[in-house]
Design a protein around this ligand. Structure first.
Ligand code: AVJ
Length: 321
């Protein structure tokens, strides 16, 4: 709990440092080495991600902002005032600001894995929206989501903008939506922004920006391992690689080893062959009917879809059944 004003409080369920070590040891023991994308988001990683959002090739923020502005009154009719608005992976809380004046929720619950970033964002939100009750929760939303008992008992709406759900394997989506279902209860709502399948050159460019910010974001993972769990990665010996895998309907991000090399992490040695990769992220793209079907398997009934005029991006509203 903190003291800036009575309307903002912090609740820390942050995962222990150990989980980075465990995930890295586990992930690097696979034939195709891998590290889950949630580990991108330390303080530097979160700041780099904010810069990705400003890159001209990364169309998602502009498309989504356009939709949120254009349809906020429609969302408000479906959501009604005095809801508890919950945002898993809230980051800078930028998108939700476009909705608050129309939705007029009773409380806002930003959830993020990066505690420093979460605190900064929650303070900044309480300055901008002094009337809003804010319960900031530091947690890993890929694990079970917990709400502090002090959160009011109004209708719960989960807001997941920015295609964050694109990181999940489609097979895991129904399971994740079930955990959202438990969080909001029957009659609760889900407002979610999801990126769409489209021309490959547009997708590839979005994850290979000219300024190299996405590359820096990907490579920061190696720095993080060096700093936090005593790794000996030389980031110059790895290269960012991102491409659209059409068969699987996803962007894949990898770190490619540029040489045969050994790296030690917390005293354990790992071998990398030249050209071998660490798979660091998937970003799935969906046709509206594909996503609506997945949501239904997770216990959510579709209400409406809104899309931009180029059909790059869609926002969906679902109700928990
Ligand atoms: C946060 C998962 C939506 O996949 O577009 C952006 C993350 N990675 N550029 C996405 C990301 C590289 C982003 N999501």
């Amino acid at each position: 709990m903190n003291s800036l004003n009575q309307k903002v409080s912090f609740h820390d369920f942050q995962p222990e440092l150990e989980s980075l070590r465990e995930a890295v040891f586990e992930g690097l023991s696979h034939k195709q080495k891998q590290i889950p994308p949630k580990f991108f988001y330390n303080e530097t990683g979160s700041a780099l991600f904010e810069k990705i959002l400003e890159q001209p090739e990364y169309y998602i923020p502009n498309k989504e902002r356009e939709l949120l502005r254009q349809y906020s009154d429609e969302f408000a009719k479906l959501i009604e005032p005095d809801a508890v608005l919950i945002e898993p992976g809230s980051g800078s809380c930028e998108k939700v600001q476009l909705l608050l004046e129309s939705l007029l929720p009773h409380a806002y619950v930003p959830m993020d894995i990066s505690s420093d970033f979460l605190m900064q964002s929650a303070y900044s939100m309480s300055r901008k929206f002094p009337w809003l009750n804010i319960y900031a929760v530091c947690l890993d939303f890929t694990q079970e989501m917990i709400l502090p008992h002090v959160v009011p008992q109004d209708r719960r709406i989960v807001f997941i903008p920015g295609s964050s759900l694109g990181n999940f394997d489609p097979l895991e989506i129904p399971l994740f939506l079930c955990s959202i279902h438990r969080l909001v209860g029957k009659g609760g709502g889900l407002l979610v922004g999801i990126d769409r399948k489209k021309d490959h050159s547009i997708l590839n460019a979005a994850y290979n920006d000219e300024a190299g910010i996405t590359a820096a974001f990907n490579l920061n993972l190696l720095d993080r391992i060096n700093n936090e769990i005593d790794g000996t990665f030389n980031p110059d010996n790895f290269e960012h690689y991102a491409y659209y895998n059409d068969q699987l309907g996803r962007i894949e991000m990898h770190l490619v080893s540029l040489a045969d090399q050994h790296v030690s992490i917390s005293g354990r040695s790992f071998r990398f062959q030249k050209g071998e990769t660490i798979h660091t992220e998937n970003s799935y793209k969906y046709r509206p009917e594909e996503f609506v079907n997945l949501a239904y398997s997770g216990g959510f009934k579709h209400h409406k879809t809104w899309s931009d005029n180029e059909d790059y991006f869609s926002i969906y509203f679902f109700e928990a059944i």
